[in-house]
Write a protein that binds this ligand. Structure first.
Ligand SMILES: NC(=O)C1=CN([C@@H]2O[C@H](COP(=O)(O)OP(=O)(O)OC[C@H]3O[C@@H](n4cnc5c(N)ncnc54)[C@H](O)[C@@H]3O)[C@@H](O)[C@H]2O)C=CC1
Ligand SMILES: Nc1nc(O)c(N)c(N[C@@H]2O[C@H](COP(=O)(O)O)[C@@H](O)[C@H]2O)n1
Length: 221
């Protein structure tokens, strides 16, 4: 499984404000780049924190890219994946519309009735529980691979990205740094979670480019 993390942060490394509402950090050219990465992926993955905060759609913006995928014998949109230990995704979330297949990765702690409601709303459920009541991401990605998903784009948020680095599951990171300061000790950052105190994940910087009025940093691990 190839895991490509893409995110947009402010110059102080924030994914959004302390209100956890979506902030437009990048511009049109960067959103087009994000759409291209989505089009190349088999699946687009986010944490439930992102679903609850942003209600993202995670489908392709450009019709041409959808058409090209269909010509290539793929689904029009990439599969959507939500890491959601306790099945908190709302049944009317936009990721559950019928424009793409959507997997919910849940832990053993997810309520069975709630899972039945989410299946009725269109979700495919994969149980991949870790000891800590959260989703065991390695197990979950292996399960997705068995469903034919080989390339995943991760769009956030900070808790899920931190866990992926912690588990050494990230192959590539593209980070758009917008020219704004968001600030706030409680605002989400690129990698939240417990934080590292030793064995910091190290990255290889492979490219730096100016995009819109910000900078795109490309790393491999
Ligand atoms: N600027 C950007 O590029 C993006 C910004 N965001 C922002 O990020 C914020 C949401 O991020 P977070 O609150 O960090 O939520 P998140 O989207 O990372 O989801 C975290 C949740 O996932 C679940 N989870 C289950 N297993 C887990 C595991 N093994 N590791 C980590 N989480 C696990 C838990 O319920 C946890 O609370 C929002 O404010 C959103 O606007 C989100 C995506 C992109
Ligand atoms: N790449 C990027 N740049 C920004 O400036 C952003 N605010 C975000 N946010 C994330 O983009 C996703 C939106 O998805 P849909 O357009 O609804 O499909 C969502 O995950 C936001 O958190 N990303």
């Amino acid at each position: 499984m190839y895991v490509h993390v893409n995110a947009a942060v402010s110059v102080d490394g924030k994914l959004s404000s302390r209100r956890r509402e979506q902030v437009r950090i990048s511009g049109a050219d960067d959103f087009d780049r994000v759409d291209r990465i989505r089009a190349a992926a088999d699946a687009v993955l986010v944490g439930v924190g992102t679903v609850l905060a942003d209600d993202p759609h995670l489908t392709l913006d450009e019709e041409d890219r959808r058409v090209q995928r269909l010509r290539d014998g793929r689904s029009g949109n990439p599969t959507r994946v939500v890491v959601d230990s306790r099945a908190r995704t709302p049944t009317d979330a936009r990721v559950l519309d019928d424009e793409a297949t959507t997997y919910l990765l849940v832990s053993d702690e997810a309520d069975r009735d709630r899972l039945a409601d989410l299946r009725d709303a269109g979700a495919e459920v994969i149980v991949a529980g870790g000891d800590d009541g959260r989703v065991d991401l390695r197990t979950a990605l292996d399960a997705l691979e068995r469903e034919g998903i080989e390339r995943v784009m991760v769009e956030g948020g900070g808790e899920v990205i931190a866990s992926l680095f912690d588990e050494d599951l990230v192959d590539e990171l593209t980070l758009y740094v917008g020219s704004l300061v968001i600030g706030g000790r409680d605002a989400p950052t690129l990698a939240d979670g417990e934080g590292f105190v030793e064995d910091f994940p190290r990255l290889d910087l492979v490219d730096v480019a100016r995009v819109d009025d910000g900078v795109l940093l490309s790393y491999e691990t």
